[in-house]
Design a protein around this ligand. Sequence first.
Ligand SMILES: Cc1cc2nc3c(=O)[nH]c(=O)nc-3n(C[C@H](O)[C@H](O)[C@H](O)COP(=O)(O)OP(=O)(O)OC[C@H]3O[C@@H](n4cnc5c(N)ncnc54)[C@H](O)[C@@H]3O)c2cc1C
Length: 369
Amino acid sequence: MEHRDVVVVGGGPAGAAAALAARRTGASVLVLDRADFPRDKVCGDGIAPEALDVLAGLGVDPGALTAGYAPAPRLSLRSPGGATVERATHRPSSVVPREVFDARLLAAARDAGAEFRRHAVRTVTPGPDGVVVDGVLTAGVLVGADGAESVVRRVLGLARNPDDRMAVALRGYAPELPRQAGTQVLVTTEQRWPAYAWSFPLGDGRANVGYGELVSGGATRAGLIEGLHRLLPGVEPEGLRAHRLPLSTGRPRQPDGRVLLAGDAASLINPMTGEGIFYAVLSGALAGSAAAAGAGAGAVHRRALRRRLGGHHRSASAASWISRWPVVMDAAFRAAAADQRVFDDVVALGLADGRLTARTLVAAARHLR
Ligand SMILES: Cc1cc2nc3c(=O)[nH]c(=O)nc-3n(C[C@H](O)[C@H](O)[C@H](O)COP(=O)(O)OP(=O)(O)OC[C@H]3O[C@@H](n4cnc5c(N)ncnc54)[C@H](O)[C@@H]3O)c2cc1C
């Protein structure tokens, strides 16, 4: 049977980062994806600068990943009760269609020596000496980076997120909003809270627009379209498609052994913002490095995830719990409008590995009405 040191299921951001990291340890790496690249992925296309930092650390030139798409240096937020704040972010975000971004990133992994094959994985059988994939291939370690509906996660016997820790969002493309250039716009509402719409400018006059809410609210396609129109009136997007977002508040424990989970398969999406690419590339990078531990890889990966993201996850869960009361979000947004440092703390908590800082809590308490 064909053998590779590391087989990665899924060639999205988590899988490509895992492949890059595993190649740096000298492992033979095969990436399997059911799709050929370029392929679309339903997403807001917003890429936090910290995601590019992780990829730079794996030897990928961030400029090559984002070339042709103007950065978005500003962020505008509207709270459920209507408090608004618009400021420059600490560092600009990028907005690159995933069809472009993911193909570029996977190409970088292939340039680094990872092989790619189109193959839809159906069965994964872990054994003491390796993992058998669909009865045709063995892997020293297998990384499940196969997204929100992960087959690999199911094989590990891990349930999917409960509905109150799973969001669903719909996105399409539309002309930019008036005077939006360079500004990522997020609009929240008390109706069906927690829910929000976004418009992220691609820099060519178009924007990625969308709307999402929790699955537990009984979301339907018609309801999501209605939410989008309510929060972004007058916007008529093309190509609307929906996809699920497994939030980090419902993440499973990484088991011991030779099968690792990364990205959406590991439920790492930020529960406040729906941001998942930073967590996908970070967890992918950690999985690719942990693979060198063979049968001990699961335990190594679990510890690395906890070390790198444990504090952030505790903060994000606490913030998500507190924000069940929209008045708290209103207060936090007013505090962010009054103080750039609070704004920066809130952005780091929502888009990267930031914490719920004492500064943010005190400032939000002061702005409670
Ligand atoms: C509407 C929406 C908006 C979002 N907006 C943002 C945003 O603006 N910024 C942000 O950071 N995050 C956003 N996210 C989250 C982000 O899209 C995900 O967190 C991110 O794509 C996770 O990357 P991944 O590599 O784990 O999974 P994916 O990108 O889903 O990649 C998984 C890959 O696995 C492949 N695959 C699946 N099953 C199999 C199989 N059985 N065999 C072989 N291959 C398989 C798929 O074809 C796919 O290529 C959004 C999500 C949604 C739904």
